[in-house]
Design a protein around this ligand. Structure first.
Ligand code: NAD
Ligand code: MG
Length: 392
């Protein structure tokens, strides 16, 4: 097998760092061609020194100037969104790890899709807001989309290799996404007004960036994942169930017409789905310890309580409204989560802000790229004004 050139977009984040750990185990298979980050110059510099990419991309000119200090001429430093997209579509890049957080990752993920790359998708928000556009681009260009999100990676592994016939022809009855329930699964509901950002970011099973950690605590993460699953597996929302499974050992499952349920299990460690997507259809070492079920002891399951987690209901509403509704949901969520992390909004107000924005912003039926971007921008403005109103 020839060596594959990899561009990691969002290299300094939790997924980016885990990807580099897996890649470091396989220098014979992967070469780091480009690393990108927004502002974490110190970490990106360390990564560049270790992996010697051809290109490093940061968000601003000031960050680029800072990054160049201490780097050899082996790495060319670029900055800005255009440079980011150029990496995603660079002719020498074989594989793009899309691991930027939020709608900020859409343009580069789309660039990779249009350029026919093998895309390892962590950036679920891109698919949530522009699912139809991305899936179309992938079909037209012949790009390959492999899910890194652990649930979707598990579903992918639980489906037959050839999936193009569609879920019905494959005898699939239901896809069940598992959810840990996050740090507040058993907190008294009245406490949710008081929880802090640090408590929300302390996930029981996974170490993740702060935005997705808050999404896991509100369970908007599962709502986004529901929409992500609809696009990835061409599923109707009604075909997708969610079950709480606090141990995060079963990463998701597929139920078939004959009553069989196929699940994927493993330690809760993102290096497993990353290694799977990197090597697919082969299997490689990921550095993740073997699963010891006797040590785990027992696996528990529980139905989703929509009073505790109204964000899942909001996500179901968005996917059933269709068009630009998921983009509105996502933008409102990004603004509300940032406000919560910044101390401007209470935790229990996050779903209220999102619902208010969904009620206020008109849903366009045709989700063209222009319509999606306009809905995203407009919903952010409305979300900010809702938050200001709440704060008064
Ligand atoms: P993170 O916050 O740790 O990292 C985000 C990365 O994106 C960083 O490298 C940051 O520099 C970059 N970035 C942020 N804003 C940017 C911008 N405006 N332009 C360019 N780059 C920008 O996040 P994470 O936990 O690694 O998650 C990344 C994505 O993967 C998210 O979409 C998340 O939902 C998804 N995901 C993460 C996990 C996980 O375990 N962490 C699991 C499944 C899916
Ligand atoms: Mg997930």
């Amino acid at each position: 097998m020839s060596i594959q050139n990899l561009a990691i977009l969002g290299a300094t984040g939790a997924i980016g760092c885990n990807t580099l750990e897996v890649v470091a185990l396989h220098p014979d298979r992967y070469r780091i061609f480009a690393l990108t980050a927004h502002g974490n110059v110190a970490r990106l510099r360390e990564q560049c020194q270790r992996f010697q990419p051809h290109f490093a991309v940061v968000g601003s000119e000031a960050a680029a100037v800072e990054l160049r200090i201490g780097l050899t001429s082996a790495t060319e430093v670029l900055w800005g969104p255009e440079a980011l997209e150029a990496m995603a579509r660079h002719p020498d890049v074989d594989v793009v790890m899309a691991a930027i957080v939020g709608a900020a990752g859409l343009a580069s993920t789309l660039a990779a899709a249009l350029a026919g790359k093998r895309i390892l998708l962590a950036n679920k928000e891109a698919l949530v807001i522009a699912g139809a556009i991305l899936m179309d681009a992938i079909k037209t260009s012949g790009a390959v989309l492999l899910p890194v999100d652990s649930e979707h990676n598990a579903v992918f592994q639980s489906l037959p290799r050839e999936q193009s016939a569609g879920l019905h022809a494959l005898g699939v009855k239901k896809i069940t996404l598992t959810a840990s329930g996050g740090p507040f699964l058993n907190r008294p509901l009245s406490d949710l007004a008081l929880v802090t950002a640090d408590e929300a970011c302390k996930h029981p099973n996974w170490v993740m960036g702060r935005k997705i950690s808050v999404d896991s605590a509100t369970m908007m993460n599962k709502g986004l994942e529901l929409i992500e699953a609809c696009w990835l597996f061409n599923a109707a929302p009604a075909q997708i169930d969610i079950v709480i499974h606090p141990q995060s050992i079963i990463h998701s499952m597929v139920a078939y017409a004959d009553g069989s349920v196929i699940a994927q299990l493993g330690c809760p460690d993102m290096r497993t789905p990353i290694a799977h997507a990197l090597a697919y259809p082969e299997r490689i070492e990921s550095g993740v310890p073997a699963l010891d079920l006797a040590a785990v002891g027992s696996l528990h399951f529980k139905a989703l309580d929509s009073t505790r987690f109204p964000c899942v209901t909001l996500a179901r509403r968005a996917i059933s409204e269709g068009g630009t509704a998921p983009a509105i949901l996502n933008a409102a969520n990004e603004i509300a989560v940032a406000a919560f992390l910044g101390g401007e909004l209470r935790f229990d107000q996050i779903p209220r802000v999102i619902e208010a924005v969904m009620d206020a912003v008109f849903v366009e039926e045709g989700a063209t790229l222009a319509a999606v971007l306009a809905a995203d921008a407009h919903s952010r403005i409305i979300a900010r004004s809702v938050i200001e109103g709440v704060g008064r």
